[in-house]
Design a protein around this ligand. Structure first.
Ligand SMILES: Nc1ncnc2c1ncn2[C@@H]1O[C@H](COP(=O)(O)OP(=O)(O)OP(=O)(O)O)[C@@H](O)[C@H]1O
Ligand SMILES: [Mg+2]
Length: 269
């Protein structure tokens, strides 16, 4: 697998902060790999994702995409946020076409195909204000995919949705990413979401934000959440998270307690 993204010893200190928010982040992500980044609130997940997107430059180190340093946003990658920013006065089709419009391109057939793929073909002319939260995320997904990005960056995009819609969208995004060979980096608080979608889960600890462990998810696709193998991986991840990040004042990420261990491939720094 060729290296798609390379994160070379990033350390970042925000202006006015006494300590670094991120320290010595070193990471290689393969082409078409699906990565989940988990960690407690405030450990620097979004900060790292913004750096991958070229929205924020690290104080030290750099991000390279296919060997080239990332210094600004590009049409080669797209970011999806927790709350999709759609234009409320526009229809589903118009919102889904926005990325292409901004790039000065037109590809109505691709937009129709994508709306079909995310199950919104029959709502193409509907104003987005009359859609549900899950449908909003589907429009945002179609819009993100319309420009044919190589890399999709997701910052807790499903956390505001109900459990059923969330599971359906996790499966959809995962399947689409696999079919299209997209590289995916997703930030989540949710252990189950990480196991449902990722090939590899990275565990971050805070103060300073750093990667303290990782786990390969040994499950095929599509993933059956009700299978014993799925439960085993979820429990192994929960256990590894608790070992590496430990208890704290905040509640741990969602998921069950654990009884089974999984050998960490990378131990706490
Ligand atoms: N622009 C900024 N200036 C100063 N500090 C910042 C800035 N942005 C983020 N921080 C701080 O950096 C730390 C990491 O923030 P970040 O948003 O990356 O965390 P996170 O892991 O995404 O948290 P959450 O899970 O709550 O979204 C926090 O302590 C935050 O207060
Ligand atoms: Mg965040």
């Amino acid at each position: 697998m060729s290296v798609h993204l390379s994160i070379d010893y990033i350390t970042h200190t925000f202006k006015g902060q006494p300590v670094p928010t991120l320290e010595d982040i070193e990471l290689k992500i393969g082409s078409g790999e699906q990565i989940a980044l988990i960690g407690r609130s405030g450990c620097g997940k979004s900060t790292l994702l913004h750096m991958l997107a070229g929205l924020l430059m690290p104080s030290q180190g750099c991000v390279r995409m296919r060997g080239r340093q990332v210094t600004k946003p590009s049409a080669k990658w797209n970011m999806m946020f927790q709350k999709p920013s759609l234009y409320p006065w526009m229809s589903v089709r118009q919102n889904a076409s926005l990325g292409l419009d901004f790039a000065g391109q037109k590809d109505p057939e691709r937009v129709e195909r994508l709306l079909n793929m995310v199950g919104l073909a029959d709502k193409a002319d509907t104003n987005v204000q009359s859609l549900s939260g899950g449908q909003h995320q589907r429009v945002a997904l179609a819009r993100s995919l319309a420009t044919s990005p190589e890399l999709l960056l997701l910052d807790e995009p499903f956390s505001a949705l109900d459990a059923f819609t969330r599971a359906a969208l996790q499966d959809e995004v995962s399947t689409i990413a696999r079919e299209q060979g997209l590289t995916l980096v997703m930030v989540t608080h949710d252990i189950e979401e990480a196991v449902a979608m990722a090939d590899r889960v990275l565990i971050m600890a805070a103060n300073p934000g750093r990667i303290v462990g990782e786990m390969t998810v040994n499950l095929g696709a599509p993933r059956d959440r009700a299978s014993p193998d799925f439960s085993r991986q979820r429990e192994a991840l929960m256990r590894q998270f608790e070992t590496l990040v430990g208890g704290g004042h905040e509640p741990p990420p969602k998921g069950n307690g654990s009884t089974e261990s999984n050998s960490p491939q990378r131990q706490a720094a």
